[in-house]
Design a binder for this molecule. Structure first.
Ligand SMILES: Nc1nc2c(ncn2[C@@H]2O[C@H](COP(=O)(O)OP(=O)(O)OP(=O)(O)O)[C@@H](O)[C@H]2O)c(=O)[nH]1
Ligand SMILES: [Mg+2]
Length: 333
């Protein structure tokens, strides 16, 4: 059923790639079986584990898309094929800021060796782990060498995206000092590169100030990788300042990770994490669908002090397990 689609994917057919990604993004149960089959087949034939997967995160308006346009074009000049998967957890449709993303990567979108794909997640962050991981796999099969995943930094998205990428770049605006104070240390510790964007015109002094702040903050961060201290750079998507240098360091980083076997190890761990995530999501969904009513009942009991929290939890769990037993017995009849 999916063999034809897979062949087209491997041949680099962009329409087939777009179709395959739509398929894994769907939440419709009937299409899910087809999507699972496609991913299964794709996994078996996937041999290109040397692709580079980069998460590009940062607050709205930091300049992620503009930078990706620059970085992507530079990679294309160097003979690489580039894919950008832009995820927006806040946008329930492909309208809104995502159209903005498309237009901000106009030059890149027009390149034969580039594939730009906006993906709404319908507020479902778990979607980043599964659908994006699968979309990345398809991009690799279709021959893309570097795959960027653009996410709006909202704390959880960095953690989710770190499960499907090799490294993480955070883009910041020069005036993001306050944001930096508020940012959870754990989020910063997931990043390997910090780019202070918009280092041009009047913004140069504040960009340099933020760079110093980041450098001192990074000294106190726990290292995500023992051998690597995060790189902090001032860049400008407008002027192109340091874009090429960033890419050189990124490619070096990737080569080191690959040669040392660390990347291989990371991806194995990511696969197991993805399995855990999918199981967790499905089990939770099943639990919610079965236990909504009893949950509501015990909630009011707890709030009026007629029941202890642990006693209420036990009632909900007993009810859930008893339904599971009934389901299984009925299944055998
Ligand atoms: N001065 C200056 N402005 C920039 C630069 N890069 C981006 N901008 C401006 O910053 C604004 C936001 O840029 P985007 O690339 O869309 O930012 P983003 O982080 O992708 O935003 P979201 O996708 O909405 O989260 C735009 O108005 C850009 O023109 C830069 O290097 N210098
Ligand atoms: Mg953007």
């Amino acid at each position: 059923m999916t063999t034809g689609l897979l062949k087209k994917l491997i041949a680099g057919d962009r329409a087939a790639l777009a179709f395959a990604i739509t398929l894994v993004e769907t939440q419709s149960k009937s299409k899910r079986a087809l999507a699972t089959e496609l991913v299964q087949e794709a996994t078996k034939v996937s041999t290109r584990s040397t692709c580079l997967r980069i998460a590009m995160t940062g607050a709205p308006g930091a300049g992620k898309s503009c930078l990706l346009e620059r970085v992507g074009m530079e990679l294309i000049k160097r003979g690489k094929k580039v894919a950008v998967l832009a995820i927006d957890p806040s946008s329930p449709t492909t309208k809104g800021s995502l159209l903005g993303d498309k237009t901000r990567m106009t030059e890149l979108s027009r390149q034969l060796n580039a594939f730009v794909r906006p993906s709404p997640t319908n507020g479902w962050l778990g979607g980043v782990t599964r659908a994006t991981g699968e979309a990345t796999l398809f991009c690799e099969l279709a021959g893309y060498d570097v795959i960027f995943v653009e996410t709006v930094g909202v704390g959880q998205s960095e953690a989710a995206v770190s499960h499907v990428t090799d490294c993480c770049t955070m883009v910041l605006s020069p005036n993001a000092g306050d944001e930096l104070q508020a940012m959870k240390r754990g989020v910063m510790e997931l990043c390997d590169f910090f780019l202070v964007n918009k280092c041009d015109g009047d913004l140069v002094p504040s960009a340099n100030r933020l760079k110093s702040e980041l450098l001192s903050a990074s000294k106190f961060m726990a290292k995500r990788r023992g051998h690597w201290s995060p790189v902090v750079k001032c860049v400008s998507a407008n002027s192109g300042l340091n874009v090429s240098e960033y890419l050189d360091e990124m490619l070096d980083f990737h080569k080191n990770e690959l040669d040392s076997g660390r990347l291989h190890h990371l991806r194995r761990q990511q696969k197991l994490e993805a399995l855990r995530q999918i199981l967790k999501e499905n089990i939770l969904e099943h639990f919610r669908s079965q236990s909504r009513e009893v949950c509501e009942q015990v909630q009011s009991e707890i709030l009026s002090d007629r029941m202890s929290v642990s006693g209420a939890a036990q009632i909900v769990l007993d009810d859930y397990y008893s339904k599971l037993t009934v389901e299984r017995t009925e299944g055998f009849v």
